[in-house]
Design a protein around this ligand. Structure first.
Ligand SMILES: N[C@@H](CCC(=O)N[C@@H](CS)C(=O)NCC(=O)O)C(=O)O
Length: 226
């Protein structure tokens, strides 16, 4: 008997990374939708994850809360799907670098944009922080622009979990109104990612699960354009 994968998720939050990867892998899972932020609107979730953050992935005795690590874990469990890059592959280092860069370097400045444009009370909003960290994010996208100007995907000459992890930063940038400032190669790459059936299935899955579980299916006001 296979062990069920449980993914705790908020619409269009970082937990979209593992959701998208599960759809690319075409593996079964149970999706548990939460209102955003769960810390405020779903207090019992704190018993499962004291941080109150999503994703939370539970797979038998395995419990994970970092979206990049979950992508690596799931891709590694299903090597025949080809979304993983093995240590013997010359692209292994680049693969790990993109997986880690996706959150530590790319989503991190976006979090400051979110916080100081949406999360804080009116008197604590910081337009200068929003502009500075928006620009910082865009300058860090130069790594992506350079890579996808030369190839269809980030590494290994094929679509991997790294494209899912970095692709989510592009989705969040779109919600933040930063996508118009993508370089041409990044904009074309983002179009290719959105055209993937796995990406579209993940979007459809979160929408259907939100409706079925009584959660607002639109991204939280904190995650979409004001
Ligand atoms: N580094 C973690 C960050 C997880 C995280 O901060 N998730 C956000 C959603 S995008 C969250 O749950 N925020 C709610 C909160 O901080 O209360 C990851 O990549 O998964």
């Amino acid at each position: 008997m296979t062990t069920t994968i449980h993914l705790h998720h908020c619409v269009s939050a970082r937990s979209f990374r593992p959701l998208w990867l599960l759809e690319e892998l075409q593996q079964p899972y149970e999706l548990h939708m939460l209102p955003f932020p769960p810390r405020v609107h779903a207090r019992p979730f704190l018993e499962l994850n004291p941080l109150g953050t999503v994703p939370l992935l539970v797979h038998g005795g395995v419990r994970m809360t970092e979206s990049g690590a979950i992508c690596q874990y799931l891709a590694g469990l299903h090597p025949r799907a080809g979304l993983d890059v093995l240590p013997a592959d010359p692209a292994y280092g680049a693969y790990l670098n993109w997986l880690h860069m996706s959150d530590a370097t790319l989503t991190f400045p976006q979090t400051l944009v979110l916080r100081y444009s949406r999360f804080e009370s009116a008197e604590r909003l910081q337009p200068q922080v929003v502009e500075d960290y928006g620009r910082w994010f865009l300058s860090r996208l130069r790594a992506v622009e350079t890579a996808v100007a030369q190839a269809e995907t980030l590494c290994a000459g094929r679509f991997t979990a790294a494209d899912v992890a970095v692709g989510y930063a592009l989705l969040l940038a779109q919600h933040l109104g930063l996508a118009e400032r993508f370089g041409p190669a990044t904009a074309a790459y983002w179009q290719r990612l959105q055209a993937r059936p796995g990406y579209q299935r993940a979007q459809a899955a979160q929408h259907a699960a939100a409706l079925a579980q009584g959660v607002d299916p639109t991204p939280s006001p904190d995650l979409r354009l004001a």
